[in-house]
Design a protein around this ligand. Structure first.
Ligand SMILES: [Zn+2]
Ligand SMILES: [Zn+2]
Length: 430
């Protein structure tokens, strides 16, 4: 018996129920009991009452793409540090990627991540399993056993599955478990040893480039495989105008294809690499302004299903290496909401309900979890946001163990006030 938690007078946004209205939310015994005008005697008996006047009350945010580096690189991030950072950023559920060391490729590995998440008691921690053993792209991993253990999908993230026959086998196999196959779309023949977008800037900087075709060729190929198998497929972090066109056509053809974007592909371009600052080295690379505009257009048309962070923490000592040698990745988990507000709400590409949809019910559907809405009886996962609060991103205040974040010093709007997981307040801003 955990009692009752009453959240009063907030602007309650629940896109799954097309709800956007000023009202109250009552959570009883870890579950949503009521959304509406809740009378005074409930208030008296509630174990806690939160006044959310002027705040947004939304389903708990879901980030379907994070790297928590455990097992193997615990000095960069752990499931404990990552999920503590996540809850402070408004997330009640996250999905860890399997490119750990060793990779998540067995039932035991999946259970290990779940156990660590439960022990931390911050966000719900989910995980995707690897498609292939050691993410080598050759032999399929134990997808069936991992799915039974609760893996929320499969990906070799960090690499795309290069061999089309292996990818076809993975899709056919996944069909038996109704789990999504997610892909880091990148054809290594085009990407080679590239470190940034191929184009004018890579030429003048003398750095090897990753052509947009590396992403588009694999996405095109995978869409042909989806046509053949009709298996749910998710394109991770799409970054080019060409990819947008491929997604547009796939959706027109009613294929079970979804996609996500990241904040960096909406807010930064390849020009940022000009100072050889490795905080801008990310994979897929920062692209051109034309690509950024295409992604924003895609979001405004409803072609993008989910907003993720692709939070990829790295040690400072590694990021201090020269541009060619430094690892790819941006750590952005703790500022991701503010970044999306800046990228999408500021320029009126999305309104608040539109943004919340892409960070709650949509990713929940893709990964197949019964969350992302405030419908009665659902688990009491709620995020309370101050939409007007401005704040400055300061990496020295990150809970995450890593600081490889190019947004240090940026001013953003939209601040997480409280994060409630299963009816329990697990984060409060002070
Ligand atoms: Zn990736
Ligand atoms: Zn990733």
């Amino acid at each position: 018996m955990t009692g009752q938690l009453l959240i009063k007078n907030g602007r309650v946004i629940d896109p799954a129920n097309n709800l956007d209205t000023k009202c109250d939310v009552l959570i009883t015994d870890e579950k949503v009991a009521e959304v509406g005008q809740i009378n005074g005697h409930v208030e008296k008996s509630a174990s806690r009452v939160i006044d959310a006047t002027g705040k947004l009350v939304t389903p708990g945010l879901i980030d379907m793409h994070v790297h928590f580096r455990e097992p193997g690189d615990e000095e960069e991030e752990t499931i404990a540090s990552g999920s503590t950072a996540a809850v402070a950023a408004g997330f009640t559920s996250v999905v860890c990627m399997p490119n750990t060391n060793p990779a998540i490729e067995s039932e035991t590995d999946v259970e290990y991540v779940h156990r660590k998440g439960r022990q931390t008691r911050k966000t719900h921690v989910y995980v995707m399993g690897a498609i292939t053993k050691k993410r080598e792209g050759v032999e399929l991993a134990e997808m069936g056993l991992m799915a039974e253990a609760g893996a929320r999908g499969f990906t070799d993230d960090g690499h795309g599955v290069q061999n089309p026959a292996v990818m076809l086998r993975a899709l056919k196999y996944a069909k038996m478990f109704d789990v999504v196959i997610a892909q880091h779309c990148q054809d290594n023949n085009f990407a080679a040893d590239g470190v940034m977008n191929a184009g004018y800037y890579s030429t003048i900087l003398g750095l090897p480039g990753i052509d947009a075709l590396a992403e588009e060729a694999m996405l095109w190929r995978d869409i042909q495989l989806v046509k053949k198998t009709q298996v749910r497929y998710h394109a991770q972090h799409i970054s080019t105008a060409g990819s947008v066109e491929l997604i547009r056509q796939a959706k027109k053809d009613s294929l079970p294809v979804t996609c996500e974007v990241t904040p960096h592909h909406l807010l930064l371009t390849e020009e940022r690499c000009s100072e050889y600052d490795t905080n801008y080295k990310v994979n897929p690379p920062l692209r051109s302004q034309k690509d950024v505009e295409a992604l924003k257009q895609a979001i405004s048309e409803g072609l993008v299903d989910a907003l993720a962070s692709d939070h990829a923490p790295h040690l400072q000592s590694e990021k201090e290496l020269e541009f060619l040698a430094a690892p790819f990745g941006i750590a952005s988990l703790e500022c991701v909401l503010g970044l999306y507000v800046k990228a999408l709400i500021g320029p009126k590409i999305l309104d608040w309900p539109g943004l919340i949809r892409l960070m709650t019910v949509n990713p929940a559907k893709i990964i197949g979890i019964d969350k992302g809405t405030l419908s009665r009886g659902k688990q009491g996962d709620v995020t309370i946001i101050d939409p007007e609060a401005q704040w400055q991103i300061d990496v020295s205040k990150f809970i995450s163990k890593s600081r490889n974040c190019p947004y240090h010093g940026w001013t953003v709007k939209g601040k997480v006030e409280k994060t409630i997981v299963g009816g329990e307040v697990r984060f409060e801003a002070h």
